[in-house]
Design a protein around this ligand. Structure first.
Ligand SMILES: Nc1ncnc2c1ncn2[C@@H]1O[C@H](COP(=O)(O)OP(=O)(O)O)[C@@H](O)[C@H]1O
Ligand SMILES: [Mg+2]
Length: 322
């Protein structure tokens, strides 16, 4: 379960205005990746390009040997069954019950009987903790429940790749914590390849195996969580630590003058905070793609910020890079 998604040189513009260019990254099979970036940098456009809802100007998205931008609409229709997508607002049909919303892809894409459909829908509603809400309309349940209903619908075709577009937007911190746990547990259970677009720094720091950051029309960095959380690259550091000091300004990137003023004022960056442990599945059994805390740092000779992976891993003196 779970397939690799290899993106190479992907470029997309609307009406001659580039959204992003030359995105190159690989979502490793079965792993959880998070995509960050300021609003309007084209994260949603990226997800839609991955599933083939938008065509890129150039570049490739290779899944199981097939290059999606080169496929016909009919071939794409087949490949899309590999994907489950949780759109930003849940994208539920307002006049359909939760049950019918979740059953929709099965009725649309399969020839299963209503009793088979009932079994699948019930299983997925159980997975997301929504049993009992089947007969409600989307407008009658909370935003958090709508997200979970959207997630149940994204799961019914047993996708190999699941894309989440800001699953935590509009949720309070407690609901976000529950949702994050649900995401980790679903990854353990399904083994699918996950990509989550989020603005929540805590989610980015604790949930994924990999983190990517789109900034100013380019991929600033993509790699293992520990690589980005120990990076001192200015944009990565500023974004992952939600700081005002750095190249990202209120509206767009700061100009040279502003940056020079910052440098002259001698503003000192606070030290990198410790890398937290990754959120484990709730039953304590590891996910297939899980790596031991600190492994990436050890293998790459990187000393993580002091206090990282508290209690479970500390670098041997010989591993400390001076
Ligand atoms: N279908 C479209 N046609 C034209 N422009 C679009 C379309 N979809 C998105 N855009 C533009 O692409 C840019 C990136 O949008 P989006 O992917 O929604 O950003 P993000 O999800 O990172 O906030 C925005 O400037 C947006 O206006
Ligand atoms: Mg978006």
């Amino acid at each position: 379960m779970g397939v690799e998604v290899a993106v190479r040189g992907l470029t997309k513009s609307f009406g001659g205005h580039p959204v992003w260019s030359d995105l190159t990254l690989t979502l490793p099979a079965g792993e959880i990746s998070v995509l960050l970036g300021p609003s309007g940098t084209g994260k949603s456009v990226f997800l839609k390009t991955l599933v083939g809802l938008l065509r890129p100007d150039r570049g490739s998205v290779v899944i199981e040997g097939r290059d999606l931008p080169k496929l016909s609409e009919r071939e794409l229709y087949e490949v899309r069954k590999l994907f489950g997508v949780l759109f930003q607002d849940g994208a539920l049909f307002g006049s359909m019950t939760i049950y019918d919303n979740v059953a929709f892809p099965l009725r649309e894409h399969t020839r299963r009987s209503e009793s088979e459909i009932r079994a699948v829908v019930t299983e997925k509603l159980e997975m997301v903790g929504l049993v009992g809400a089947e007969h409600k309309l989307p407008g009658e349940i909370s935003g958090g429940m709508r997200k979970r209903a959207g997630l149940a619908r994204a799961l019914v075709l047993d996708p190999q790749i699941i894309l989440f577009d800001e699953p935590d937007s509009g949720l309070d911190p407690v609901r976000t914590a529950y949702l994050n746990q649900l995401i980790v547990d679903l990854n353990q259970r399904t083994g699918a390849t996950f990509l989550i677009v989020t603005h929540d720094i805590n989610t980015a720091r604790t949930v994924p195996d990999n983190i990517g950051l789109i900034y100013h029309g380019h991929l600033a960095m993509f790699g293992p969580r520990e690589m980005l959380l120990s990076s001192t690259e200015p944009v990565v550091r500023q974004f992952l630590n939600a700081q005002r000091i750095g190249p990202i300004g209120m509206a767009e990137e700061k100009d040279a003058e502003e940056l020079a003023a910052e440098a002259q004022a001698g503003v000192e960056l606070p030290p990198l905070p410790p890398i937290p442990l990754q959120l484990p599945p709730s039953d304590g059994r590891p996910r297939r793609a899980e790596r031991p805390p600190g492994q990436w740092c050890r293998e790459n000779g990187v000393t993580p910020p002091p206090g990282s992976f508290e209690g479970r891993w500390a670098p041997e003196p010989s591993e400390v890079v001076r």
